[in-house]
Design a protein around this ligand. Structure first.
Ligand SMILES: O=C(O)CCC(=O)C(=O)O
Ligand SMILES: [Fe+2]
Length: 213
C-alpha cells in the first residue's frame, strides 16, 4: 500500500491567501511536493529588492567554508533579519506561505546571474552526518524575466521552471523516504541571454533566529 507522506505546506486550493497577498498555484508535482507559484511578489517589490541588493553583492560563497566555488558562479548577498519594512513584509508573507514560523527562517538571500553564470545541481539540505537543525524547505522567487536560459532545473524529475518576475518555485525535503528528498536535486541553468535575479528563502527544522517570536 502506498501511504502519502505528510507535507509541510498546507495545500487547500488553487489560490493561497497569505497575510497580505493572494498567490496562485500554476503547476504542481505531488511527491516530492514542488509548487510553481505566481504573484508571490509584486513587480514593485521585485524591483526594490534588486535595487537594495545591487550595491551589496559579492561573489557567491557556498556552504560553511565560505570559499568561492565554480559550483555557483553567481553573486550573492543576504539581507539582515527584518532589516527594513519591505524585508519584514516579505518575510511575513513567505513564512505564512511556507507554513513555518519566521524564527526558523534563514536571512533572505539574493542571487545575481550574468550570461553564462549557473548554479550546478545541488541539494539545499546539508548532507554531512553530524548536521543539526537542517534545512527543510525552499522558496526561490524570481525577481525578473530572463530572455533565455536560467531555468531552475530538477534533473531527477525532468522539470524546468522558467523564471518569471514575481513568480516562485517551492519545494520541501523533510520526508521520511530519503529518495523523495533526493529528488529535490536542482540547478540554476546557465543564463543564455539577459540576466537573472532571484531571492531564496530557506527554512530550518527548528528555531534559527533569536530576535523574533
Ligand atoms: O537560481 C535558481 O534557479 C536556483 C537557486 C538555488 O538553487 C538556491 O538558491 O538554492
Ligand atoms: Fe538551491
Amino acid at each position: 500500500m502506498n501511504i502519502k507522506e505528510q507535507t509541510i505546506f498546507n495545500l487547500t486550493g488553487n489560490n493561497l491567501k497569505t497575510t497580505d497577498q493572494e498567490i496562485n498555484i500554476v503547476g504542481k508535482i505531488d511527491e516530492p511536493l514542488i509548487l510553481i507559484l505566481e504573484n508571490v511578489l509584486s513587480s514593485v517589490e521585485c524591483d526594490a529588492l534588486v535595487d537594495l541588493a545591487k550595491n551589496r553583492l559579492e561573489r557567491a560563497k557556498i556552504g560553511k567554508s565560505h570559499v568561492v566555488s565554480e559550483i555557483r558562479t553567481s553573486s550573492s548577498m543576504f539581507f539582515e533579519e527584518s532589516e527594513n519594512e519591505l524585508i519584514q513584509k516579505i518575510e511575513t508573507r513567505v513564512s505564512d506561505l511556507m507554513n513555518i514560523p519566521i524564527s526558523h527562517a534563514e536571512p533572505l538571500q539574493i542571487l545575481h546571474y550574468n550570461v553564462g553564470d549557473q548554479y550546478q545541481p545541488h541539494f539545499d539540505y546539508f548532507t554531512s552526518a553530524n548536521v543539526v537543525n537542517n534545512r527543510i524547505s525552499t522558496l526561490v522567487m524570481y525577481l525578473n524575466d530572463v530572455e533565455a536560459g536560467g531555468e531552475t532545473h530538477f534533473p531527477s524529475l525532468r522539470l524546468s521552471v522558467t523564471p518569471k518576475k514575481g513568480s516562485a518555485v517551492y519545494f520541501e525535503y523533510f520526508y521520511s523516504d530519503h529518495l523523495l528528498n533526493e529528488h529535490t536535486l536542482h540547478a540554476g541553468n546557465p543564463v543564455v541571454v539577459g540576466e537573472k535575479w532571484v531571492a531564496t528563502q530557506w527554512m530550518r527544522r527548528q528555531r534559527h533566529r533569536y530576535t523574533t517570536e
